[in-house]
Design a protein around this ligand. Sequence first.
Ligand code: ADP
Length: 465
Amino acid sequence: MFLKKRAGILKTVTFRLSVWYALLFSLSAAGFFFIISFTLTKSLDDHMNTTLIEEITEVRGIFNAHGIAAFQEDIVREAESIGTHRSFLRMVDSDNKTLASSDMSYWQEIHPLGKRTLGLNETVAETFAVPGSDNRVRVVSQGIGAGWVIQIGSSLEDNDELIDAYHRISAAAFASMLVCGGILGWFMAKRAMSGVERVTVTAAGIGKDDLVSRVPVGGEGEEIDNLVRAFNDMLSRIQDVVNELKEVTNNIAHDLRSPITRIRGISETTMTGEQDIDSYQEMAGIVVEECDRLVGMINVMLEIAMTEASIPGARREEVDMVDLLKNAHEIFLTIAEDKGVSLGIRTGLEHFMIRGDLPQLQRMISNLLDNAIKFTPRGGEVIISLENNEDQVVISVRDTGIGIPEQEQQKIFDKFYRCDQNRSKPGNGLGLSHVRAIVRAHGGNITIKSSPDKGSVFMVTIPCG
Ligand code: ADP
C-alpha cells in the first residue's frame, strides 16, 4: 500500500517538476562553482609566477653585481627566512650541476629541467609533486646566459589549502542547493498545480445529478485560469446537452404515449365486447392511422439524425431554387385556398442555381410553408420570396399568422418542441428541427423574426457553391 502510494507520487508532475528544479538549480550552481574554482586557481598560479619571477630578478641582480658568493649567501638567507620546507633557490650550469643553492635536503629529488638548458632570459614555470608528501611545488627557471639557470621553487601548500577549503564549501553549498532546489521546486510546482488539483477535485465530485458545480477561477496564473475556464465551459456545454436530452426524452415519451394509449384503448375494446363489423373496421382504421403516425414520426427522427450526421457537400446536384419555390407554391396553393389564406411568391429572377440535395431542399420549403399556412388564420397571407445576396440565396417565408412569443423563438428548432399555444393543433414538433438540420447540412443558416399577432418571417440563407 505504502509502496503503491510512493510509486504514485513518483509519477506526479509536482514530483517531476521538483526534480527538474533541483537539478537545474544544482547544475547552475555547479557551473558557477566550477568557473570560480578555475578562475581562483589560475589567478593564484599567475600571482605565484609573478612573485617568483620578481624574486629571480632580485637575486640575479645580486649575482650580477657581487658574484656567486654573495648570491649563495643571499639565497640561503632568503630561503631560511621563508622556511626551507616552503621554498628553495638554486643556480645550475648547462650540465644541471648545482653551482649555488639554499638548503635542498627537502627538495633534492626535484630537478625541473632535467637535461634541458634555457637560453638567456628564457623562463619556464612548472608544478611538481613533492616526493614523500601530499604537497606540490611551483618552480620557475630562468636562463641567465651560458646555459646557467636560476631556479626558484615555492610550496603550493597554502594555495592548495585555500582551494581545498573552497571545494569543501562549494560541495556543502551544492548539496544544500540540491535540497533547497528540491524543496523550493516542490512548493512552486505544488502552487502551480493547485489549480489543476481543484479542477480534478471538482471533476471527481461531479455526479450524474450535479452538473451545476463550477471550479472557481483562482488567479494561479493565466494558463491555469484558462484551463479552469475551458473546463467550466465544457461543463456548461455538457449541462446544455444533458438538459436538451432530458427535454427531448420527455417530449418523445409524451408524443409516443398518446398514439400508443389510443391503440391500446381500441385493442381493449375489441377484446371486451361484441362489436359489429363496421365498428371493427373503423377501429382497425384508427389503429392503422396511429401506427402510420408513429412510423412517420420515427422516420422523420431518423431522417433528421441522418441529415445531422451527413457530410456537408455529399449528394449534391445543381438545383434551380426559383423552380423549386414555384413548384412548392403550386402544390401548396390548393391547401392555402382551402384554408382561406392567400399564398404569393416573389422572385425577381428567372433561375437561381445552387448546389444542393433536391429532396432535402423540397422538404425544407414544404415544412416552412406547411407551418406558415397552418399558423395563419383565415384571411391572412403567406409570401415566399427569393433574393440573391452576393454568393448566397436568401429564401423568406413570411406570414401574417399568430406569431411566436419571444421566449420560445429559439426553442422551436428543438426536437419535439411545440409552442404552448399550439399544442392542440396537428404536428409533432419535428418539422423545424428537420429544416434546421437541412440548412446546416448545406452550410447555411436559418433565422426567425416574429411578433405575436403580426406574424413571422423565417429567413434561410444558403451559399451557392
Ligand atoms: P409542428 O409539427 O408542431 O409544426 P415544427 O417543428 O414545425 O413542429 O414547429 C414547432 C412549433 O413552432 C410549432 O408547434 C409552432 O408552435 C411553432 N411555429 C412554427 N412555425 C410557425 C409559424 N409560422 N407561426 C407560428 N408558430 C409557428
